[in-house]
Design a protein around this ligand. Structure first.
Ligand code: HEC
Length: 131
């Protein structure tokens, strides 16, 4: 695997642009890595699937969704009345420092500052959002 990664890395360096097939391989790897990270960082409170009850609101279709709108979920008023839409930038800020981004919600603080980890989780959230 190391050799393959190296060979791919070399190919990128020499060609300069990423070939389309390698790009989609990279996207798939990001989604897979994001799924693993989602399961370690978010899954204990959030389900990726609306039929699966969990402590936090389900996160299917979260990218582009109006905040605080899962039917029947008891949101804090901070989140319910925030009026924001979960764009990738908002999700990134939330993962980085949810309390700083929106004080007074019920979500325990997560502090994912590593941009690569954010990228992977975003790729996964996008994949369960039909985006
Ligand atoms: C310890 C439990 C817990 C963990 C871990 C957790 N969350 Fe949450 N999350 C919540 C709760 C509870 C809410 C609802 C907050 C409210 O109503 O104030 C929430 C709300 C959200 C919302 C807003 C959803 C909406 O419908 O508007 C997003 C987005 C979100 N979490 C993403 C994440 C992501 C991504 C992770 C992992 C990086 C994560 N959360 C980790 C408990 C958690």
């Amino acid at each position: 695997m190391k050799q393959v990664a190296l060979a791919l890395g070399m190919a990128f360096l020499t060609v300069g642009t990423v070939p389309a097939s390698a790009q989609s391989t990279y996207d798939r790897i990001k989604v897979d890595a994001g799924e693993t990270l989602f399961f370690s960082e978010c899954r204990r409170c959030h389900a990726p699937d609306p039929t699966d009850p969990s402590y936090g609101p389900q996160l299917d279709n979260i990218v582009g969704r109006q905040a605080g709108t899962v039917p029947g979920y008891e949101y804090s008023s901070a989140l319910k009345n925030s009026g924001i839409v979960w764009t990738p930038a908002a999700l990134r800020a939330w993962m980085e420092d949810n309390d700083g981004f929106m004080p007074g919600t019920k979500m325990r603080h997560v502090g994912i500052e590593d941009r690569t980890v954010q990228d992977f989780i975003l790729a996964y959230l996008g994949s369960i959002s039909g985006k």
